[in-house]
Design a protein. Structure first.
Length: 280
């Protein structure tokens, strides 16, 4: 490494590094502002407020942790098949809906209805969180940065996570007093929707990519990738809602794909020439 280079400065001044940092910070910020640690830290209190006894609330909290662990196991396979970005884009809206179910259940005048609504909302939330925003942020941040600043980049990403973890844990009691459970859970449901937009615009897919390919992916200008993300909305609507077969847009032209295509073309040309010689 050249003497006098400041790796911290280069993380912000070099576009490839800056794009990786932004994407890593988005997923780390999202892991906190999806509200998971509010439930993890205060689940027993939330269950008691909904009508559970102390013992039942503790048992229900264990259930939340067990579901979180159990449904994280499929991520061992899905994180490299569906991809990091796709998992986040799918699970964030689902988590937002589950948070709204949890919060709005406190309006129920029936204690049984309130208990069932809160339990269903929190448990479904754990099921969607565990394979998506649970394992993805640390996996993503560990691979997004180039090797020479990876230690610094991962440190910044981890610091981002724990800073917002502190903010969430210390503000939840005041938030729930000011806005009641309905408003407090709706607050984090809204943030889940905001983070979904940030992921759509600024987080690039990294599954199955080499270090050289990651350099190409993160070198794509921020505005170009944001525009690509917006164009994915009508594409996804046509594909998954209207069940059409739109042509997917290729934003990245990776060297491995180009060389593979070139090799296929050369192979086809050689076969054609051999066939021509045989016919002669």
């Amino acid at each position: 490494m050249t003497k006098g280079r400041n790796r911290v400065v280069e993380m912000f001044t070099i576009p490839r590094n800056r794009n990786a940092a932004l994407a890593s910070w988005v997923v780390m910020f999202g892991q906190q502002f999806c509200g998971v640690n509010v439930i993890a830290y205060y689940s027993s209190t939330i269950f008691v407020d909904s009508g559970f006894t102390q013992v039942a609330a503790l048992a229900s909290s264990v259930g939340f942790g067990a579901l979180n662990w159990l449904f994280a196991l499929p991520a061992v396979f899905t994180i490299d098949t569906f991809g990091r970005r796709n998992l986040l884009l799918f699970t964030f809206p689902c988590m937002a809906i589950c948070l709204l179910i949890t919060g709005f259940s406190f309006w129920s005048t029936s204690e049984t209805g309130r208990i069932v609504g809160v339990s269903v909302g929190i448990y479904l939330y754990a099921i969607f969180y565990a394979p998506g925003e649970g394992p993805v942020p640390f996996t993503y941040s560990a691979e997004a940065f180039p090797l020479y600043i990876r230690d610094i980049g991962m440190s910044f990403a981890t610091a981002t996570l724990w800073f917002w973890n502190f903010v969430l844990s210390i503000t939840w009691p005041s938030l729930i007093l000011a806005f009641k459970p309905q408003g407090a859970f709706a607050w984090y449901a809204a943030w889940s929707c905001i983070v979904w937009v940030l992921i759509l615009l600024f987080v690039r897919e990294t599954k199955g990519k080499t270090l050289e390919e990651l350099d190409q992916i993160f070198a794509v200008p921020l505005g170009a990738h944001a525009a690509y993300g917006l164009r994915q909305v009508p594409y996804s609507f046509k594909k998954f809602v209207l069940f059409q077969n739109p042509v997917p847009e290729q934003l990245y032209e990776l060297e491995s794909e180009v060389s593979s295509t070139g090799a296929d073309e050369n192979r086809a040309r050689e076969v054609k020439e051999d066939s021509g010689k045989a016919n002669v």
